[in-house]
Design a protein around this ligand. Structure first.
Ligand code: BES
Ligand code: ZN
Ligand code: ZN
Length: 496
């Protein structure tokens, strides 16, 4: 779907559907909606009264213009209450409207710029929210549907604005949304793909092509190489897998950079639990255990366009967590890249093992800051559900910046404490550490384990409880959310 910007009047553009809007409770709209209503001899106001359309956020009303009108259909998108209105509401209204467009099989769509009228928000911000909401609401993973069940896609959406002085700002906002939208939908695709497609080798190929397209450096180490380097925890997780594991790195450098950021993503392409085997219900959907990897790969696609003034090292230790003749056993002891020994008392807590070595590798690369994203614990899902992800770390400024980066693209983050008191539980009788401990606070304990390998480097860890939805949400249809990619893009835009 192409998103564009056009100067002109909404009443005159030939299209399959034109989207206008309405605040909750308004019966006689002004602005662009009012102008269209006038051109339709009051058809919109009449239908608002007839149907008692309330303008609730995300709800739509479909109006049929007379034959010969430039737009074949009119969609009135509810904006909700004026008092609650902001960028996230714009995104949700745009997402609701584009779903309606798909339903009526509209290929060429034009839309009003939500929020720039009486709400008076800056045009650039409104354009970004309108465009990003459109992209996220339109997204569906239909690659494996055949025939009629493959739903029609919207071909193009143009934001149409009368005022020529606003066009440059709108174009700027739309371009930002194109960049985040691409990163997020790319991550969604990778997560929605099943694990028989997304193998570690596949992720390595994805990384190579991202690097090639954006002028970045990519390197991939195989099992022998990273084992020889000393990544004993990563190697241990990979032992049960017949698909070859890969240590994937992408580097971006900027001549004016004053610091280097590591973006580390959990890349478990399928998590069976290993010999600490998951039951069928918990195992189903564990293809999404590479959501962290999807987020950092999505963000690296954006880096070439953003050109942030920082250096970036992206790291994904990709493997399946499987069972097999060589798989590790609960109770096995391995040596990590940092030199610390670890008793693996639960093979299902594999993410922290791969991440512990990945962050230690980031430290070897001399980074100044580490951000890791991982579907690390079911405990975080229990605590926050699938609409909010957890964030834990050692650097409050970094955490605050990531929380506010997330807010700008409707990715909600809630901070949990890195409570040192729980560290004692990770002591092993026979090694320096063990990978799990009882006593609740599973998300915090998982983070504390990773922290043991981060050392003093400023660090934030995102435990991605929000990564997949089983029901349609305002900004995502059923399936992967692509959570984290948007937050990282927003964060990197601050360095542009
Ligand atoms: N990938 C899972 C975490 C997970 C589970 C994320 C469900 C989202 C939904 C992770 O590898 C895992 O299995 N963690 C264990 C840790 C436990 C053994 C300490 C968990 O959460 O049960
Ligand atoms: Zn697991
Ligand atoms: Zn896992």
């Amino acid at each position: 779907m192409n998103i564009g910007v056009k100067q002109g009047s909404l009443t005159e553009v030939e299209c399959d559907a034109v989207i206008v809007n309405l605040f909750e409770g308004v019966k006689n709209p002004g602005g662009g909606t009012g102008a269209l209503d006038k051109a339709l001899d009051g058809a919109i106001t009449r239908q608002i009264a007839d149907e008692d359309f309330e303008g609730k956020l995300g709800k739509c009303m479909l109006v049929q213009p007379p034959k010969g009108f430039p737009a074949k259909k009119v969609i009135v998108a509810g904006l909700g209450k004026k008092a609650d209105f902001g960028a996230i509401e714009i995104m949700k209204a745009a997402a609701g409207a584009i779903r309606q467009c798909k339903k009526i099989k509209a290929g060429k769509v034009v839309t009003i710029l939500h929020g720039a009228g009486i709400a008076g928000l800056p045009a650039c911000e409104c354009a970004k929210a309108t465009a990003l909401g459109t992209v996220l609401g339109e997204y569906e993973f239909t690659r494996y549907k055949t025939g009629d069940s493959k739903k029609r896609e919207v071909d193009s959406v143009d934001i149409v604005e009368l005022d020529p002085d606003k066009i440059a700002d709108i174009e700027q906002g739309v371009e930002k949304a194109r960049i985040s939208g691409d990163a997020i939908t790319f991550a969604r695709d990778l997560i929605n793909e099943p694990s028989n497609v997304i193998t570690p080798a596949y992720l390595a190929d994805v990384a190579r092509s991202i690097a090639k397209d954006n002028g970045l450096k990519c390197s991939v180490m195989d099992r022998r190489e990273f084992e020889e380097m000393g990544m004993g925890m990563f190697a241990a997780v990979a032992k049960g897998a017949s698909a070859e594991p890969e240590l994937i790195t992408i580097k971006y450098e900027h001549p004016e950079a004053t610091k280097t950021i590591a973006l580390v993503g959990k890349g478990i392409t399928y998590d069976t639990g290993g010999y600490s085997l998951k039951n069928s219900d918990s195992m189903y959907r564990m293809k999404d255990d590479m959501s962290g990897a999807a987020a950092v790969l999505g963000a690296m696609r954006a880096v070439g366009k953003i050109q942030p003034k920082v250096n970036i090292v992206m790291i994904v230790a990709a493997t399946e967590n499987a069972i097999g003749p060589d798989a590790i056993h609960p109770g096995d002891v391995v040596k990590s890249l940092s030199g610390k020994t670890v008793e693996i008392n639960n093979t299902d807590a594999e993410g922290r093992l791969t991440l512990g070595d990945a962050v230690a590798y980031a430290n070897r690369e001399g980074v100044d800051e580490i951000i890791d994203l991982a579907t690390l614990t079911g405990a975080c899902v229990t605590a926050l559900g699938t609409e909010i992800s957890g964030i834990i770390g050692s650097d409050q400024k970094l955490i605050d910046t990531l929380i506010s980066s997330g807010k700008s693209c409707a990715e909600l983050l809630w901070q949990l404490p890195l409570h040192k008191g729980y560290k004692k539980g990770l002591k092993s009788d026979i090694a320096d550490l063990k990978n799990t401990a009882n006593g609740g606070a599973g998300a915090i304990r998982g983070a504390l384990f990773i922290h043991a390998f981060v050392d003093d480097t400023p660090w934030a860890h995102i435990d991605m409880s929000a990564t997949f939805t089983e029901k349609t949400m305002p900004l995502a249809n059923k399936g992967a959310l692509g959570f984290g990619a948007g937050t990282l893009v927003e964060y990197l835009m601050r360095y542009a």
